[in-house]
Design a protein around this ligand. Structure first.
Ligand SMILES: *Cc1c(COP(=O)(O)O)cnc(C)c1O
Length: 385
């Protein structure tokens, strides 16, 4: 086959004139940090999830930081999370002085195993953090039941899950704490940004304090019309607020997320079609429980050849890929600090050696998917020959 001249990236944000106009309008308004656009984006997330509270933050990582802080998680505590997740989660647990307890995941779906979550809960466990992997939901009901028995909160890592639903209800709409990411690779983007949703008013109030210096009223309320410039600080906070420039973009993205996710789903089914019956790779396995998939990522597993060599071959075809994720329990500092090692988590480790995320983004053409499928068939054909 003929090799394409231009590079096909793993992902590219879907930014149109509407986002550009919205950011320009925000610039022209004279109010560029947290203000009316942030409030509007928070509204969108209350509508999306049905959760009564939404707190915009500068990233999902920042959101996780202040959630763990607000819950008082620290020294001597444990948090159960899959190892098959982004390092950000484990970093935040470790930075609080707490210990991550790593749950194994299903090899096929890559979702965390509820029975493993349950098994790892001890009297020291203060929270569990399942991930809605690749845009399909984690199996929330049994995870929540195990957490309820222990009297601890579930924090949904919903970084992949804007538009995902589990058993008819959106991610973040099950009474848990949920954290979304607006990094450019995610289903909606604000450049960088994130959102925390929750049911608990007291927690939401704490999160608002912790995201902005510990000050009750943000700049918008202090310097807007009718605001009072005084403030007090009862507890020191961080500087994790989202700006209106970013939120303006996010509001437009939320208006088209259904359409963008629909396009992702079409591309995913084209991949399934184009890769059907190809030996040497395992296709993604959607969970068996009822759900709506946001198709954040299309992850295959390379079984007949070395995954890293395969990545090199795809690069020769001008195809970019991703790796979501190197298992967290095998990261250098995690091994060193927490004593985790090869052999601890068989499902995660087998998947970890084989996984590969293929290009998937709303602006991708059908022909791009066909090209990737043809390249994979050609490469794997050589392997077998
Ligand atoms: C992207 C991602 C995060 C972190 O999001 P940021 O907004 O970049 O902090 C956390 N968890 C998972 C699973 C992610 O993919």
């Amino acid at each position: 086959m003929e090799i394409r001249k231009d590079f096909l990236p793993l992902s590219r944000p879907d930014i149109g004139e509407e986002e550009i106009d919205a950011v320009a309008a925000s610039l022209r308004s004279g109010w560029i940090t947290s203000g009316p656009k942030v409030a509007e984006l928070e509204d969108r997330f209350r509508s999306l999830t049905g959760a009564p509270h939404a707190v915009a933050v500068s990233s999902a990582t920042a959101g996780l930081h202040i959630v763990l802080a607000a819950l008082g998680i620290g020294e001597g505590d444990e948090v159960v999370t899959p190892s098959m997740t982004f390092a950000s989660t484990v970093n935040q647990i470790a930075l609080r002085g707490a210990r991550p307890a790593f749950a194994d995941n299903d090899y096929g779906t890559l979702q965390v195993l509820p029975a493993e979550v349950e098994r790892l809960i001890t009297p020291r466990t203060r929270a569990v953090i399942p991930v809605h992997f690749a845009g399909a939901p984690a199996d929330l009901d049994p995870i929540r039941a195990a957490a309820d028995r222990a009297g601890i909160p579930v924090i949904e890592d919903a970084a992949h899950a804007v538009g995902t639903s589990y058993r008819g209800k959106p991610a973040g709409g099950h009474g848990n704490i949920a954290i979304y990411s607006f990094h450019p690779i995610k289903n909606i983007t604000t450049g960088e940004g994130g959102m925390v949703t929750c049911d608990d008013e007291g927690l939401a109030r704490k999160l608002r304090l912790l995201r902005f210096h510990g000050i009750e009223r943000d700049a918008w309320k202090r310097y807007g019309k009718g605001g009072a410039p005084h403030y007090d600080v009862r507890e020191p906070g961080y500087k994790y607020n989202l700006t209106d420039l970013q939120a303006a973009m996010g509001v437009v993205q939320m208006g088209k997320v259904k359409e963008m996710n629909g396009r992702r789903a079409l591309l995913a089914s084209r991949y399934f079609e184009g890769l059907r019956g190809v030996g040497g790779i395992d296709l993604p396995v959607p969970p068996s429980y009822p759900h709506e998939h946001s198709w954040h990522l299309f992850i295959v597993k390379v079984t007949s050849t070395d995954r890293d060599a395969f990545i090199g071959r795809l690069a020769e075809y001008n195809i970019g890929v991703g790796l979501h994720f190197p298992p967290c329990h095998l990261l250098a500092y995690v091994r060193e600090r927490f004593g985790s090692k090869e052999g601890d988590l068989p499902g995660c480790e087998l998947a970890g050696r084989r996984i590969l995320s293929l290009p998937l983004f709303p602006g991708m053409a059908d022909g791009d998917v066909d090209y990737v499928c043809a390249a994979i068939r050609e490469i794997l054909g050589e392997v077998r020959a």
